[in-house]
Design a protein around this ligand. Structure first.
Ligand code: RTP
Ligand code: MG
Length: 233
């Protein structure tokens, strides 16, 4: 499907939705950015870009909730890329830190084109680790997992970009390094499932919850990266 056609569809959906104008104002953009920063609602974490007649395409992000008709249309056409600006939580676990893999892992996300919006080194308590992995509390490895995550420094990060939640998991690879494809972080850099060096949010809701658990809103930095104009049209 031609990009011009897609742009028309998206722009029309935008106009139809609750009076939202395709050419979003600087004020609205700032408000959306604040919503993303605060992670205050699922809708606020997911933006669809209206690119019709765009002078500076990256500057036009509109709430995904306003774009349902276009989203349905796009879902029916596999050739159309869903253009969602998202944030995901990524952590380099104590084994990745101790093995000197911080720059390697950060570099892979950077080279892909994702934007780092928060980073810190933290030694989580076991209680904090248990909160982070709460969904796994019934699993036999839960106690060991929490012991391990709290055993040393962890690099906690938030990365931003189109589709970063799902594609970030692709960069990371399958949970067990034995099953991870070569070329992925786990596939290339580790061997055992209990020492798989990196964590990544597994979906939009998890991303919001994990970012909120590990970071205060003011620790998330909203800025324009120089590379954006070469990454997004
Ligand atoms: P993560 O949350 O760390 O990104 O990993 P994941 O989504 O790929 O996998 P998940 O099922 O959420 O498991 C969380 C972590 O638990 C450890 N694990 N150990 N011994 C085992 O069989 C086993 N299974 C999972 C891994 O460190 C995994 O990353
Ligand atoms: Mg997981």
């Amino acid at each position: 499907m031609a990009r011009a056609r897609l742009a028309t569809v998206v722009a029309a959906a935008a106009r139809a939705a609750a009076g939202v104008r395709p050419a979003i104002s600087a004020e609205s953009r700032a408000a959306l950015a604040t919503a993303v920063r605060k992670g205050s609602s699922a809708a606020a974490t997911s933006f669809v870009r209206a690119s019709a007649g765009s002078q500076s395409g990256y500057s036009r992000w509109l709430p995904a909730a306003a774009f349902l008709p276009a989203a349905v249309y796009m879902a029916q056409d596999p050739t159309v890329e869903a253009a969602e600006l998202e944030r995901t939580f990524i952590a380099i676990k104590p084994d990745g830190v101790q093995r000197g893999l911080i720059s390697e892992i950060v570099g892979r996300f950077e080279r892909k084109g994702y934007k780092l919006v928060a980073i810190k080194l933290i030694v989580p308590t076991k209680e904090f680790a248990a909160q982070h992995y709460d969904d796994l509390k019934e699993r036999p490895f839960f106690n060991g997992l929490c012991d391990f995550l709290s055993s040393g420094p962890v690099v906690a990060m938030v990365w931003e970009g189109q589709g970063v939640i799902k594609y970030g998991r692709k960069l990371i690879g399958a949970t067990s390094p034995q099953a991870s494809e070569p070329g992925t972080i786990r596939g290339d850099l580790c061997v055992q499932v209990s020492r798989n060096i990196i964590h990544g949010s597994d979906g939009p809701e998890t991303a919001v919850a994990e970012i909120g658990l590990w970071f205060k809103p003011e620790e998330l930095i909203t800025y324009t990266h120089n590379a954006e104009k070469w990454l997004y049209e």
